[in-house]
Design a protein. Structure first.
Length: 161
């Protein structure tokens, strides 16, 4: 019965909600903002957009890569979060010069395939500099990686500002 009432309320409110003609803005970025780009900026469309963003699980990807109408302004935060969540695995992969976590980090960083290979090699060669102590933090690892990237001719274009 509750579902029936909610559906009826939505059906009645929907025609009145479509007042503006801008894309939904409160839903954030993600698949919902792409699919509803021409939809009116209404509460119903914002809720639908946010729901699509959440259920499709692509908003984080969009924020880290700058796709799906997302900004990469929070890219450094995404890199730090990833490093923090995967610090031990990253250390193992960096020591080997290959691995899924290292490849994923390079993807979040925005590197192309050629740069990813150079990045993996550079982190292996500079392992002691990147993982400078047993108690190194994600911030320090990112700072150290960024220094290695900036000093590597093939990777210098990926230096974080």
């Amino acid at each position: 019965m509750k579902k029936m009432l909610a559906a009826t309320a939505l059906a009645v409110a929907l025609p009145f909600a479509a007042v503006a003609n801008a894309a939904p803005t409160d839903a954030g970025c993600g698949l919902g903002s792409v699919l509803l780009a021409d939809a009116p900026d209404t509460l119903v469309m914002n809720v639908l957009g946010a729901t699509l963003n959440m259920t499709s699980g692509n908003q984080t990807f969009g924020m880290t890569t700058g796709t799906l109408n997302c900004s990469t302004a929070n890219g450094v935060v995404a890199l730090q979060t990833f490093i923090n969540d995967n610090l031990d695995t990253l250390a193992v992969d960096a020591a080997r010069g290959e691995g899924e976590s290292l490849n994923t980090l390079a993807t979040i960083w925005g590197m192309d395939d050629a740069a990813k290979a150079s990045f993996a090699k550079a982190t292996q060669v500079n392992f002691g500099e990147v993982f400078s102590s047993d108690s190194v933090t994600a911030e320090q690892v990112l700072e150290n990686m960024n220094r290695v990237v900036s000093e590597d001719q093939a990777l210098a274009g990926y230096k974080l500002s």
